[in-house]
Design a protein around this ligand. Structure first.
Ligand code: SF4
Length: 96
């Protein structure tokens, strides 16, 4: 079995998008702001800017939705935004 050395997660077809992640060389704290006000607003904006240029943005967001990631910035989305997407999927069967 192959492991990604920095996360110790098994590399599978579902997780190999991490190899292209723009945040691989970014401080992880940037993607896990404390709260959603004050300094966290700037932190969230900075994290989303990294996500906007990330080639793994779509699979990252899908992973976060599939695995119910309830904290942090994933695929350019905040926790609240993912909650909204999940609600929309439940109601309409689609996120778009
Ligand atoms: S979309 Fe954002 S959080 Fe996801 S892998 Fe890319 S840079 Fe990291």
């Amino acid at each position: 079995m192959t492991f990604v050395t920095d996360t110790y997660s098994p590399v599978t077809e579902e997780t190999n998008w991490r190899e292209n992640a723009a945040c691989r060389d970014t401080a992880p704290d940037l993607f896990f702001p404390i709260g959603s006000t004050g300094l966290a607003i700037e932190q969230i904006a900075a994290a989303k800017t990294v996500c906007d240029g990330c080639p793994a943005k779509e699979p990252c967001l899908q992973f976060a939705l599939d695995t119910n990631q309830d904290s942090g910035i994933w695929g350019g989305s905040t926790e609240d935004q993912r909650r909204t997407i999940r609600r929309q999927i439940r109601l309409t069967g689609t996120s778009r």
